[in-house]
Design a protein around this ligand. Structure first.
Ligand code: GLN
Length: 195
């Protein structure tokens, strides 16, 4: 079975674990989920999720706990990473001094890009690689303002899903709906995983 790590310093950890279980069920693939709170776990993982939360807090803990170099090595080995919302901010190139980003995605990510007054919204989003629109939940969401990588989806001309090698980043929260397709696309259908 596959080992999936979910960065558990903050954010929707159990929701990602459930989404992984749903995605794996469709494939008859057993998925064992491990919470990543410190270094030493990521090297055993086949798949990785970096959830939303508060990007300042997540980046501080990722660097402080020595997890950052392990995430870098994970993607350098071609293993898939799904980074959602604040996870996308941390995976990308920052525009905010308070967030020490990993720069794994060639994407400049702006925090709260839809304005604080638009706290959250949901929309049926066309995503490259998916046949039907995806029910995308945005919560104080970021957006990619300068993408040097592949753009998979846009809202009002803002990029909200991107892909670069084994990394998929979304500004929305695929773990907050029952729809497992984004986790499948990003993680289980990644070339290093699909037999
Ligand atoms: N606004 C948050 C940040 O900038 C991200 C929002 C989220 O992850 N739901 O860190």
């Amino acid at each position: 079975s596959l080992v999936a790590g979910v960065l558990a310093v903050q954010g929707n950890v159990s929701e990602h674990a459930q989404a992984l279980a749903r995605a794996g069920a469709a494939y008859d693939t057993g998925i064992e989920v491990r919470e990543v709170r410190s270094s030493g776990v990521v090297p055993d993982c086949d798949l990785l999720c970096m959830p939303g939360g508060e990007s300042t807090t997540i980046s501080r803990l990722v660097h402080g706990e020595g997890i950052a170099p392990e995430i870098r090595e994970h993607v350098e080995r071609g293993k898939p990473l799904l980074a959602t919302c604040a996870g996308l901010i941390v995976a990308g190139r920052g525009s905010d001094d308070r967030v020490e980003t990993l720069g794994l995605l060639d994407a400049e990510v702006e925090r709260n890009a839809f304005g604080r007054q638009v706290d959250s919204f949901e929309t049926n989003l066309d995503v490259a690689g998916l046949d039907e629109p995806f029910p995308a939940v945005f919560i104080r969401a970021p957006a990619v303002v300068d993408a040097g990588c592949e753009v998979l989806a846009t809202v009002d001309d803002r990029s909200v899903a991107v892909r670069q090698g084994p990394i998929v980043g979304t500004a929305f929260h695929p773990e907050l709906t029952d729809d497992p397709r984004l986790h499948r696309l990003a993680l289980l259908e990644s070339p290093s995983v699909t037999p």
